[in-house]
Design a protein around this ligand. Structure first.
Ligand SMILES: NC(=O)c1ccc[n+]([C@@H]2O[C@H](COP(=O)([O-])OP(=O)(O)OC[C@H]3O[C@@H](n4cnc5c(N)ncnc54)[C@H](O)[C@@H]3O)[C@@H](O)[C@H]2O)c1
Length: 248
């Protein structure tokens, strides 16, 4: 087991990529808290973890609300005495032409996708610094590098911001033996992409050398590597998990 007794927080952990990451971490022996905004999503995510014989904490938390994050992180720190891993998977997407994005939609997108990552990292970083160890991984996207195809500009901008924030935080936390990386998925088969048509998804597959959509497990494998001891000298990295859709 590569993560035996590590204490991990997975935001957006109730479904999709976050749930895939949480399941993989449970299998690797970690104590995982799945944090998500939706109670029904948390309930069904937890049920899936239990169905595979695992256990996790399921905690309701909005990543755009600092007080809720601090409450969760303080509670886990008190319970376990440490926080080893933070994986930022919570996110929203909206496919809209720029002219139709309202100010409220822009602000909400940035509040969840980008400020949420900042707030969650800020909430765990002092504990990780004090421990002299820790790993943070955030989900960016191919859209954050290309401007996006099936994504609004506000989504793409939020993901570009995560790339820059990851590098800034990696510089700041390196001296404390805390690694900070991001994973940049291509098209992954989760509820998020089900707002696209079959034709749009087939178009993605045509432009993907490996010839299929990705799965949450494909992304989870990369995350497990980045938070494992094998990746101890990797920080500030943006790791593509996209089937070859974008090679940069
Ligand atoms: N699916 C893809 O093709 C793809 C590609 C690139 C990047 N990503 C990124 O990966 C991450 C996970 O995406 P997914 O495909 O699993 O999406 P998803 O919609 O299936 O899951 C996202 C989860 O985040 C939760 N969430 C939303 N707003 C939240 C908030 N304010 N606070 C806490 N939780 C909140 C949702 O309830 C949901 O459980 C996202 O950041 C997404 O942008 C996904």
């Amino acid at each position: 087991m590569r993560l035996k007794d590590r204490v991990a927080i997975v935001t957006g952990g109730g479904r999709g990529i976050g749930l895939g990451v949480a399941k993989a971490m449970v299998k690797e022996g970690a104590h995982v808290a799945i944090c998500d905004i939706g109670q029904d999503i948390l309930d069904s995510g937890l049920a899936e973890i239990q169905a595979m014989g695992g256990e996790a904490l399921a905690l309701q938390m909005d990543v755009s609300a600092k007080d809720q994050i601090v409450h969760v992180v303080d509670g886990l720190t008190e319970q376990h005495g440490r926080i080893d891993i933070l994986v930022n998977c919570a996110g929203i997407n909206e496919i809209l032409p720029i002219a139709q994005i309202t100010e409220e939609q822009w602000d909400r997108m940035l509040a969840v996708n980008l400020k949420g990552v900042f707030l969650c990292c800020q909430a765990v970083m002092e504990q990780m610094k004090a421990q002299g160890s820790g790993s943070i991984v955030s989900m960016t996207s191919v859209a954050g590098k290309t401007g996006g195809v099936a994504a609004g500009a506000h989504y793409s901008v939020s993901k570009a911001g995560i790339i820059c924030f990851t590098k800034s935080l990696a510089r700041e936390l390196g001296p404390f033996n805390v690694t900070v990386n991001a994973v940049s998925p291509g098209r992954i088969d989760t509820p998020m992409i089900r707002q696209a048509t079959d034709e749009e998804n087939e178009n993605f597959i045509r432009n993907t050398p490996l010839g299929r959509l990705g799965t949450p497990e494909d992304v989870a494998s990369a995350v497990i590597f980045l938070v494992s001891d094998e990746a101890r000298f990797i920080t500030g990295e943006i790791l593509d998990v996209n089937g070859g859709m974008l090679m940069d």
